[in-house]
Design a binder for this molecule. Structure first.
Ligand SMILES: [Zn+2]
Length: 304
């Protein structure tokens, strides 16, 4: 299957792409924060970094809730999340802000590769265009199906341990969503996108019926001033999403149009937008396979 063809079919106008980009990244963010809520409130065992675990929960949950959608609808949604991480990394590089190697979050470029790996691992046949490309070098790709199954098993275990038993009625209102009035026109427009999609309420209900949270959880959309963030606050069991973060996602979605020369070098942006941006032909090939490597060369790089 060719990802570019699927993405072109799905993206009827750039406005549609911006809309999809913002909502897809909001969905990922929400599910990531739910990951923190699950780890905290259900006391899930975590080996490794909690931020990695929250990213994995988000992608497995996204793939899970979208498993019945046609591929042409689901694929751009997932690639939008990967594209955001790649763009964030590109911008950091461009602005020379330096990488925070000490941070408890992985670098944006690592989060990009982790997302792509799990998406590929969920269905290597559907996503075979990603295999052995700059998106997903062979050395990583060979383990992605295993990584996906491992993460999926962990989330299934969590819902078996902490879900409702047969005959019990889940409390679908355990997760509550509220929206402050945005304090500017951009925030109001983005709130319109969010509310008309109904996505937040749907995900809130799905989480509430799948997991038995020991206390009510709130999702609050707020004005945060200079902070474009989202976070889980353990003492109040609240997931806060700043309208400024939605504005940031919109800026990331616009980045390719404002910087076509740079954007043409971003693999997943080309997948979506190569024709629109007028990227040179040799850069617009979806496959972009890695240089021919001997098996020995691959071998040497594996297993450390
Ligand atoms: Zn986090």
């Amino acid at each position: 299957m060719h990802l570019r063809a699927e993405a072109d079919n799905a993206g009827k106008s750039y406005r549609d792409l911006e809309h999809l980009f913002v909502l897809a990244n909001l969905e990922f963010t929400l599910l990531h924060e739910f990951g923190h809520a699950l780890i905290d409130d259900l006391q899930l065992p975590v080996f490794g970094m909690e931020e990695d675990a929250a990213d994995r929960i988000a992608i497995i949950a996204m793939l899970g809730v979208r498993r019945f959608e046609p591929e042409q609808q689901m694929i751009p949604w997932l690639l939008a999340v990967a594209t955001d991480w790649y763009t964030e990394w590109e911008l950091r590089d461009r602005l020379r802000t330096g990488a925070a190697y000490w941070d408890n979050h992985r670098l944006e470029i690592q989060r990009f590769h982790n997302v792509v790996c799990l998406v590929y691992g969920s269905n290597p046949e559907v996503f075979d265009d990603l295999m052995d490309t700059r998106f997903l070098p062979f050395e990583r790709a060979v383990n992605c199906e295993y990584e996906y199954k491992q993460a999926q098993r962990a989330l299934r275990w969590a819902s078996e341990q902490h879900g409702y038993k047969a005959g019990e009625t889940p409390d679908a209102d355990r997760v509550n969503v509220s929206y402050k009035t945005p304090n500017n026109a951009l925030g109001k427009m983005l709130l319109g996108w969010v509310q008309s999609s109904g996505m937040v309420e749907t995900r809130a209900r799905q989480m509430a019926t799948r997991f038995r949270f020991p206390r009510p959880i709130s999702i609050d959309f707020e004005n945060c001033g200079s902070s474009s963030d989202a976070y889980w606050h353990q003492p109040t069991a609240t997931i806060t999403v700043c309208y400024e973060l939605l504005g940031h996602f919109l800026k990331m979605a616009k980045y390719p149009l404002n910087n076509p020369d740079r954007a043409c070098q971003i693999p997943l942006v080309r997948v979506y937008l190569s024709e629109r941006l007028g990227c040179p032909e040799e850069q617009s090939k979806t496959g972009e396979k890695m240089d021919n490597k001997t098996e020995q060369e691959v071998e040497q790089k594996t297993g450390r």
